[in-house]
Design a protein around this ligand. Structure first.
Ligand code: ADP
Length: 455
C-alpha cells in the first residue's frame, strides 16, 4: 500500500512540536511493516535542507491566488530517514526560516496543498492513501473531490489526522481565491460559521478522521473550539489512535544528546550522572527532587499558571524541590518565567527558547516532568520522560489520561491530578516530593516505566 503523508512538519527536517515527531517517525515504521510510505512537506530554509543532497523530482505550474504559480518538487537523494522525502518549493512563499508565524501563512499553506495535489495529478499511478496532518493540509480532500482541475482524482482515499483541533486554519471568504475553482454547489463543505474552516472541511470530506488519542476524540465531542457538533455528526468516520514514540531516536542507551547513556539496569547511576550535569549547569542541589517542564508556553499547556504554581510549591515544600523550565511562547509568560530565576536562585531556573539537545538532557536528568495541560491531544513528552525514567506528573486529560497510570493504582508509574490549578499542581508536587523520599520504590517505578511499550 502506498501512503503519502502531507504535513507542515517532519522531524528532523522541521519541527515545532509533536506533529513533527510523529510525521518523522510513522512512515519509517510503516515501511518496515511492508507499506510504501512517503512524506511531502514545504521546503523551508532549514539545516537539514543545507546538509543533505537533493534531486529535482518535478517542476510544474498550478493555479491559485488568482495566478499561475511555479513549483518545484525536490527529493532527498539517499533516503536517509528511512522513507522518500519530498520538499515543495514555491518561490517566495515557502522558503522561509520559520515554519509558521508569517502574515501570509494562509496563502503559503493553501498554495502548498494545491502544489501537492497538482504534483500527484501528474503521477502515472495513484497513491492508495493521501494522509493529511492537521489544518495546514486538511483542504486536500476537498481539492481532489470538488476542484474542477483535480476532481478526476476524487476516488483516492484520504485520511485527516488531528494532532490539535485548537488550530483550524480559519480563512475569510475573501481569501477563497487561493483555492482553485470548485463546484459552487459544494461551497458549504468549506464553510463553518461564515468562514472557510480548513480543519472542519477536512473532517467533512476525508474518508477517515483520526485523533491522536482515544480520550481526545471523546473530549472533542464536548469541547473542540467550535467544532463539537461536527465531531458528533461525523463520529462514524472518526477513530482515536494513540501516537507512538520513535524508540530509535529516544533511547537513553544510544542518545547522543545526553551526557551519560544508560539502560534500565543502570538506572540509578545513569539518572544520577545526568542529573548532576543539569544541577551543575543550573545551580541546583542534586539531592533535592528536580521537576522540569518542557513545551510551548501557551494557555493549552497551562503555562500561565506555572509561575504561581512553582512559587507556591517552593514555599510549601520549604525549598525542598527544584524546578527547571524549557520553552517558548506567550511573551508575557516567557518574561515572568525568565525573571523568576532572579528571585529563586538555587531552586529555580528557566531557558526560554527551543533547544532539542537540552530537552533530551532534561528528560534524562530530571526526576519528574510536569504537564498541567488544559488540552493535550496526545502529548509525547510524558512518553519520552517515561523512556528516560522520569516520573510524569500530569493533568488527567486527553492522551495524558491514556498513557499515565497514577502511583496510587496497581502498576502505576506517574502522578495524575484533575484541575489545571495552582492548588492541584502544588498538591501533586507534594506527592512527587514524598515519592522521591523513598528512593528504593522510586527506582522500581522508574524501571517499570522505562519498559512500557509506547512505540
Ligand atoms: P505539542 O505538539 O502540543 O507542542 P507534544 O507533547 O505533542 O506537544 O510534543 C512536544 C514536542 O516538542 C516534544 O518532542 C518536546 O520535547 C518538544 N519541545 C517542545 N518545546 C520545546 C523546546 N522549547 N525545546 C526543545 N523541544 C521542545
Amino acid at each position: 500500500m502506498e501512503i503519502i503523508h502531507v504535513s507542515a512538519e517532519c522531524y528532523p527536517v522541521a519541527k515545532a512540536g509533536g506533529l513533527g515527531d510523529v510525521v518523522g517517525a510513522l512512515p519509517k515504521y510503516q515501511n518496515k511493516l511492508g507499506s510504501i510510505a512517503k512524506v511531502v512537506m514545504p521546503m523551508y530554509r532549514t539545516k537539514f535542507l543545507m546538509e543533505n543532497e537533493w534531486v529535482v523530482d518535478f517542476k510544474g505550474y498550478a493555479y491559485g491566488g488568482g495566478r499561475d504559480f511555479e513549483y518545484t518538487v525536490i527529493k532527498e537523494r539517499y533516503n536517509t530517514l528511512g522513507y522518500d522525502l519530498y520538499l515543495i518549493d514555491i518561490n517566495g512563499l515557502l522558503d522561509r526560516e520559520k515554519i509558521y508565524g508569517y502574515d501570509d501563512d494562509t496563502e503559503r499553506f493553501v498554495a502548498f496543498q494545491v502544489a501537492v495535489v497538482d504534483w500527484l495529478s501528474h503521477w502515472q499511478h495513484r497513491p492508495d492513501v493521501i494522509h493529511c496532518h492537521d489544518h495546514h493540509t486538511a483542504l486536500i480532500p476537498f481539492i481532489i473531490q470538488h476542484c474542477y482541475a483535480y476532481s478526476f482524482m476524487a476516488n483516492v482515499p484520504t485520511v485527516v489526522t488531528i494532532h490539535n483541533a485548537q488550530y483550524q486554519g480559519w480563512m475569510g471568504w475573501y481569501q477563497s481565491y487561493y483555492i482553485p475553482a470548485w463546484d459552487s454547489w459544494k461551497s458549504g463543505l468549506l464553510d463553518w460559521n461564515k468562514n472557510i474552516n480548513p480543519l472542519a472541511c477536512g473532517i467533512k470530506c476525508a474518508a477517515k478522521v483520526t485523533t491522536v488519542s482515544w480520550s481526545y476524540l471523546e473530549e472533542l465531542k464536548v469541547s473542540a473550539n467550535g467544532l463539537e457538533n461536527l465531531f458528533n455528526y461525523e463520529k462514524g468516520k472518526c477513530v482515536g489512535i494513540l501516537n507512538g514514540i520513535d524508540n530509535d531516536v529516544w533511547d537513553p542507551v544510544t542518545d547522543n544528546y545526553i551526557a551519560s547513556n544508560f539502560s534500565v539496569k543502570q538506572i540509578k547511576e545513569g539518572k544520577r550522572a545526568n542529573k548532576q550535569v543539569l544541577c551543575d549547569q543550573f545551580n541546583f542541589d542534586v539531592h533535592k527532587p528536580l521537576v522540569v517542564f518542557i513545551g510551548r508556553l501557551v494557555g493549552e499547556k497551562a503555562a500561565d499558571i506555572l509561575p504561581d504554581s512553582i512559587m507556591a510549591s517552593i514555599y510549601t515544600m520549604q525549598g525542598n524541590v527544584s524546578f527547571l523550565i524549557l520553552g517558548s511562547g506567550d511573551p508575557h509568560v516567557e518574561w515572568q518565567l525568565q525573571s523568576m530565576s532572579n528571585h529563586f536562585p538555587g531552586y529555580y531556573n528557566a531557558v526560554i527558547g527551543y533547544n532539542e539537545k537540552l530537552s533530551h538532557q532534561m528528560y534524562a536528568g530530571a526526576d519528574f516532568l510536569l504537564m498541567p495541560s488544559r488540552v493535550e491531544p496526545c502529548g509525547l513528552n510524558q512518553m519520552y520522560a517515561m523512556r528516560y525514567g522520569t516520573v510524569p506528573v500530569v493533568r488527567s486529560t486527553g492522551g495524558l489520561k491514556d498513557t499515565v497510570i497514577d502511583i496510587g493504582d496497581p502498576g502505576g508509574y506517574g502522578i495524575r491530578f484533575n484541575h489545571a490549578s495552582v492548588t492541584d499542581i502544588t498538591y501533586s508536587i507534594g506527592r512527587a516530593v514524598d515519592a522521591y523520599a523513598n528512593q528504593k520504590n522510586l527506582n522500581k517505578m522508574r524501571k517499570r516505566m522505562m519498559q512500557v511499550d509506547n512505540r
